[in-house]
Design a binder for this molecule. Structure first.
Ligand code: NAD
Length: 358
């Protein structure tokens, strides 16, 4: 075994169907008395129900969380929190809502309880991002790590099937890249493999209609949230590589939808790195099933009915060259050196939605 460093992040995780009901008790554990509940506009009713459930422990609802955490939203939420004298925030939602909570953890320094309702995994990472004048500034800071996370699979019942699939594969992408990250450890390897396997079991079932309320579907929701926890944990512990770099560019500079972009790009990023990271690829292939890691990732997403071409999610062919140029700037550490022609071909393959040949 090689030398490694593994930092254990300190969080309390409460997992299981029905655990959302314990939110008030969780606030009491750290003497949270004036919670501001955060959500997107789409999840306003859930946020209002959360505040009602908390009773006197909730001082208000801020329901304007938005993708990529715009500074204007952050400023409005900070003023609102200060005006109410909030002493903590409860973020109910996906990565966008939890991202806003992290901004409030930075300033004015509020404690965060996260109740994730997607599989993006932000709740397990000390990574934050705030978008100002069109540019997303990201960083790592232990202060933004939610102190308590409540994973209740019942809250994912309302997630549309296609969103569940994309979000689940977004989580797989975190763990797949963790398996070849420069600073991986035996612990992150274990978490990543278990996380991918749980999501590989869940995604084909989640792809079925939301009307399916069978025990199999309920189990898939449990598996998916469990996988999301593990995949988010490794995302918080290692450096990101080529796949995440590409997705940050495609989302940040070309406004492509976050989770769907991850699902499309992952097979091609894995194919690009395959020869340079054979051990990681073996582990990913085993966890996903299939002939190769890249084909396994492609088949999981395509088999669940996702469109696999960037051309179908708003990317324009004339932007391929500039995306390639941006991908080569300030590269993240990656097992295979970044070769301009091969990266351009990777983007072309993702644009066309072709299945990797191996
Ligand atoms: P999201 O939070 O933007 O949610 C997408 C939409 O789905 C929103 O309208 C939301 O209200 C709705 N939604 C969420 N859960 C739902 C549910 N259970 N039922 C019905 N609707 C629901 O999307 P996301 O993919 O969760 O998060 C993406 C964002 O998170 C990106 O900005 C990404 O950069 C960020 N992110 C950050 C980290 C990190 O570590 N900092 C990690 C992963 C993702």
């Amino acid at each position: 075994m090689k030398r490694f460093v593994h930092t254990v992040l300190s969080q309390r995780v409460v997992f299981g169907a029905g655990t959302f009901a314990e939110l008030g008790d969780e606030l009491t554990r750290f003497d949270g008395q004036r919670a501001l509940v955060l959500s997107t506009p789409d999840q306003r009713l859930l946020a209002q129900a959360t505040a009602a459930k908390l009773g006197a422990k909730a001082v208000g609802v801020f329901d304007r969380a938005a993708m990529h955490v715009p500074i204007e939203t952050v400023d409005a939420a900070r003023s609102f929190a200060r005006s109410l004298g909030a002493d903590c925030v409860v973020a109910v939602g996906g990565g966008s809502t939890i991202g806003l909570a992290k901004a409030l953890a930075l300033e004015p320094g509020l404690r965060v309880v996260a109740v994730p309702t997607t599989y993006a995994g932000s709740e397990m990472t000390p990574i934050y991002g705030i978008t100002e004048s069109g540019a997303k500034r990201t960083g790592r800071d232990p202060r933004v790590l939610p102190s308590t996370v409540i994973y209740d699979p019942d809250l994912t019942r309302s997630l549309p099937a296609a969103t569940s699939v994309m979000s689940g594969i977004n989580a797989v992408a975190h763990a797949a890249e963790a398996l070849y990250a420069v600073d991986r450890s035996p612990i992150t390897d274990l978490l990543a493999q278990e996380g991918i396997a749980a999501l590989a079991r869940a995604v084909p079932v989640l792809a079925r209609s939301m009307a399916d309320v069978s025990a199999v579907q309920e189990q898939a929701r449990v598996d998916a949230l469990y996988g999301a926890w593990l995949c988010g944990s490794v995302l918080g512990s290692v450096s990101l590589a080529l796949h995440h770099k590409l997705c940050h560019i495609l989302g940040g500079s070309f406004d492509l939808p976050h989770a769907h972009t991850h699902a499309i790009v992952l097979p091609h990023a894995l194919a690009y790195n395959a020869a340079a990271a054979p051990d990681a690829m073996r582990k990913i292939r085993r966890a996903l099933g299939g002939e190769s890691a890249a084909q396994g990732a492609y088949d999981l997403a395509a088999g669940a009915g996702l469109s696999m071409a960037m051309r179908d999610i708003g990317f324009k062919a004339e932007d391929l060259d500039s995306a390639c140029r941006l991908a080569l700037e300030h590269p993240y550490p990656n097992p295979r050196a970044l070769e301009p022609r091969a990266i351009r071909q990777l983007l072309q393959d993702a644009f066309d939605g072709v299945r990797p040949v191996r």
